[in-house]
Design a protein around this ligand. Structure first.
Ligand SMILES: *Cc1c(COP(=O)(O)O)cnc(C)c1O
Length: 393
C-alpha cells in the first residue's frame, strides 16, 4: 500500500480536483506540467541553489539534550524555524515561484490567514521580480498587522476579503475568484498541502526536502536513517507532509500528527479537523472537513491563527482514516505551556502552531531508546504578544 498520491490525484478516497469549469484550463496546465518541470535538471539546480544560499538549508537536526532528559527519550528537533522568513513555508513558495516562471506567468496571487504564507509569497515575488497580490480576511488584517506591514514592505498588495467570516476560508475564495478572472498570466501559490490536485502533491514534494535532510542527518549521528517517530503539527498539513514524505511508506516509522483542539475537542471551539471532520469538499478537494449536519462549514477556532483551517489536506485525511498516522489533539493551554517549556529548556521560542507538536510529550510516553524527530516548523517572534498576554509576562 502506498500513502502517496495516485495518478488520478487521490489519496485513498480523498483528494481529486473539484473545481469550477472556468478553472479547468489552469489546473489542467499545472497537472500536465508540474512533474515534468520539477524533474528538469535546470529546475532542480535552481531550486536547490536557492534553498541552500537564500533559505539557508540544510536546516540543523538538533539533538535536544535537556528536552530529552525531561521526557526520557531521544528527541531531535528539525529546525525549520531557522529558514529565511522564520518557517517552513518558504520551501514551498520558492518551488512555486520557479514553477510559475517556467509556466510563463507574470502575476502571483496567494491567500493568507495569519500572514505567514503571505510573507513567504511576497518574499519570493520580490526575489523573482513578479507582481504579488495577497488576499487576506479583513479580520486577519486587523489582528496580524506586523505581517501586513511586512508584505507591503516587500512590495505586495494586500487585498481584504470582506465576505463570510472575513478570515482564511474567505481569503481563499477571493483568490480562486481572482484566478478565474485572470487565467492567462496568473499563478496561484497555495500555502499548504490543500486544494485541488496537483497542489497537495506539488506542495508536499517541495516540502519533502525536510524529510530528505532528516534521513541523512540522522544517519550521520545515529547510524540509521529511520527514526521511530516523526511528529508535526497539522494545519493544512504542509510541514507534516514534508517531514513525513520519505517515511510515508516505511511503516517502521511512526507518524504523529498534532491538531489544534482549541478550547477542547468537544467545546465547539476547536480546529481538530480530522477527529471532528466528515468527508466533504472544500477549496477543490475531497477531504475531512468540519461541518454541520447539513454540510455548512463550521468555523474553526484555535489560539494559533496558522492552525484554524476547517479542513485538512487529503494526504492527512487518508493518513487519519487508514490509521497510518496517529492524530493527537492539543488544546490552547497545553500548547502555550509547551511553548514556554521549550523556550526555557532549550532557548528556542517556537511559533504557537509549532508549540502544539511539543505538547504531546506531557501525555504520550516513549521508550528511552526511541528516536523521536519533531518538526520545529517556525519561530515564535510573531506570537510574542500572544505569549505575553497569556502568561502575563
Ligand atoms: C502555517 C504554519 C503552520 C501550519 O501549516 P501547515 O501547512 O499545516 O504546515 C505550522 N507552523 C508554522 C510555523 C506555520 O507558519
Amino acid at each position: 500500500m502506498s500513502y502517496h498520491v495516485n495518478d488520478k490525484g487521490y489519496y485513498g478516497q480523498f483528494g481529486g480536483a473539484f473545481i469550477p469549469e472556468m478553472l479547468y484550463p489552469n489546473i489542467e496546465e499545472l497537472r500536465q506540467q508540474y512533474l515534468k518541470i520539477m524533474s528538469e535538471s535546470d529546475f532542480k539546480a535552481e531550486f536547490d541553489q536557492l534553498l541552500k544560499h537564500y533559505v539557508g538549508r540544510p536546516t540543523p537536526l538538533y539533538f535536544a539534550k535537556r528536552f530529552s532528559e525531561k521526557y526520557k527519550t531521544k528527541i531531535y528537533f528539525k529546525r525549520e524555524d531557522l529558514c529565511h522568513t522564520g518557517a517552513h513555508k518558504v520551501n514551498n513558495t520558492i518551488g512555486q515561484i520557479l514553477m510559475a516562471k517556467r509556466l510563463g506567468k507574470t502575476r502571483i496571487i496567494a491567500e493568507t490567514g495569519a500572514g505567514q504564507h503571505g510573507v513567504a509569497t511576497a518574499t519570493v515575488c520580490a526575489l523573482a521580480g513578479l507582481e504579488c497580490i495577497v488576499y487576506m480576511g479583513e479580520i486577519d488584517i486587523a489582528r496580524q498587522a506586523p505581517n501586513v506591514a511586512r508584505m507591503k514592505m516587500l512590495g505586495a498588495e494586500v487585498r481584504p476579503a470582506t465576505s463570510g467570516s472575513k478570515t482564511l476560508k474567505d481569503a481563499t475564495n477571493e483568490a480562486i475568484r481572482d484566478w478565474i478572472n485572470n487565467p492567462e498570466n496568473t499563478h496561484y501559490i497555495i500555502g499548504s498541502a490543500v486544494g485541488p490536485h496537483p497542489y497537495p502533491d506539488m506542495v508536499s514534494r517541495f516540502q519533502s526536502v525536510v524529510s530528505d535532510e532528516i534521513k541523512w542527518q540522522l544517519n550521520a549521528v545515529e547510524g540509521t536513517s529511520s527514526p521511530d517517530y516523526v511528529v508535526a503539527c497539522v494545519g493544512g498539513g504542509s510541514n507534516a507532509a514534508g517531514a513525513y514524505y520519505h517515511f510515508l511508506d516505511d511503516e517502521r516509522v511512526g507518524l504523529i500528527a498534532v491538531e489544534a483542539a482549541g478550547k477542547g475537542v468537544d467545546t465547539g471551539q476547536s480546529a481538530a479537523t480530522s477527529i471532528l471532520g466528515k468527508e466533504g469538499i472544500i477549496h477543490g478537494s475531497k477531504t475531512l472537513l468540519m461541518q454541520t449536519k447539513d454540510g455548512q462549514i463550521t468555523e474553526p477556532y484555535s489560539i494559533s491563527a496558522g492552525l484554524d483551517y476547517p479542513g485538512v489536506g487529503p494526504m492527512h485525511a487518508h493518513l487519519y482514516t487508514t490509521k497510518r498516522a496517529q492524530f493527537i489533539p492539543v488544546t490552547d493551554d497545553e500548547a502555550m505551556t509547551a511553548g514556554l517549556t521549550l523556550s526555557q529548556l532549550e532557548g528556542i521560542i517556537p511559533a504557537i502552531e509549532t508549540a502544539h507538536a511539543f505538547a504531546i510529550f506531557e501525555t504520550k510516553t516513549f521508550n528511552p531508546d526511541d528516536i523521536v524527530v519533531v518538526c520545529l516548523s517556525g519561530r515564535g517572534d510573531k506570537d510574542l504578544n500572544t505569549y505575553i498576554d497569556y502568561f502575563k509576562l
